[in-house]
Design a protein around this ligand. Structure first.
Ligand code: FES
Length: 211
């Protein structure tokens, strides 16, 4: 069935189109609007966007496949991105991923059987100073340990994403910052971080014969 935005969504597209000199410049925000309504970018969404912005479907699909934030398949009610880049990994990112896989009953790249969570791995989400962290939907949860993570997941299940974000999220990826830091006591550094920090610095390179 053909995809259509709600009347409100259509008005938002009209407004977006006034902001840019070319229609194609609004491609990212229009795709984002569509994904928020549909949950993912189906081929029907690609058709809609290509017609609305007067672009080829290949152009639209090329953008969708380039950006990992656009989903090419249906996802769960909540999408959990677990950061697995260096700063988070040194402070327990792998343990966070393992714990989520056990708790949700699915490996990264998959959706829990109840459809409530899709678990994905992410490259650095630019919150290295608060590692380890995850992004759930469009909210950041930082300075995590598995106990706090359990409370965050339970809050999503029992009270919904918005209530969970109000209580636990440190800030949003877009929009206004939310209220409180998740924890005032960051977790201790991992053994690997301690090992790396205790290594002597490399000897300086000789700069040439000065005699
Ligand atoms: S390494 Fe995880 S936020 Fe940068």
């Amino acid at each position: 069935m053909a995809f259509a935005l709600t009347p409100e969504g259509e008005r938002e597209v009209d407004e977006l189109l006034t902001r840019y000199p070319e229609r194609r410049a609004s491609l990212l925000p229009v795709l984002w609007l569509c994904q928020r309504q549909n949950g993912w970018i189906s081929s029907e969404v690609v058709d809609y966007v290509s017609q609305r912005l007067d672009l080829s479907t290949a152009t639209v699909r090329g953008v969708v496949t380039f950006y990992t934030m656009f989903f090419e398949e249906p996802v769960g009610e909540n999408v959990v991105w677990v950061c697995r880049t260096l700063s988070c990994d040194l402070r327990g990112g792998k343990a966070i991923q393992d714990h989520l896989e056990n708790k949700l009953g699915c490996t990264a790249g998959h959706t829990s059987s109840d459809g409530k969570f899709t678990l994905l791995k992410a490259e650095c989400l630019a919150a290295c100073g608060q590692a380890p962290m995850v992004q759930i939907n469009d909210r950041y949860y930082e300075n995590l340990d598995v106990e706090i993570l359990d409370r965050i997941i339970e809050a999503h299940v029992t009270r919904g994403a918005e209530a969970a974000a109000d209580e636990f999220s440190t800030h949003a990826t877009f929009g206004a910052p939310s209220k409180a830091p998740i924890s005032t006591a960051p977790p201790p550094p991992s053994p690997e971080a301690v090992r790396l920090a205790s290594q002597p610095p490399p000897a300086p390179e000789p700069v040439g014969d000065e005699s």
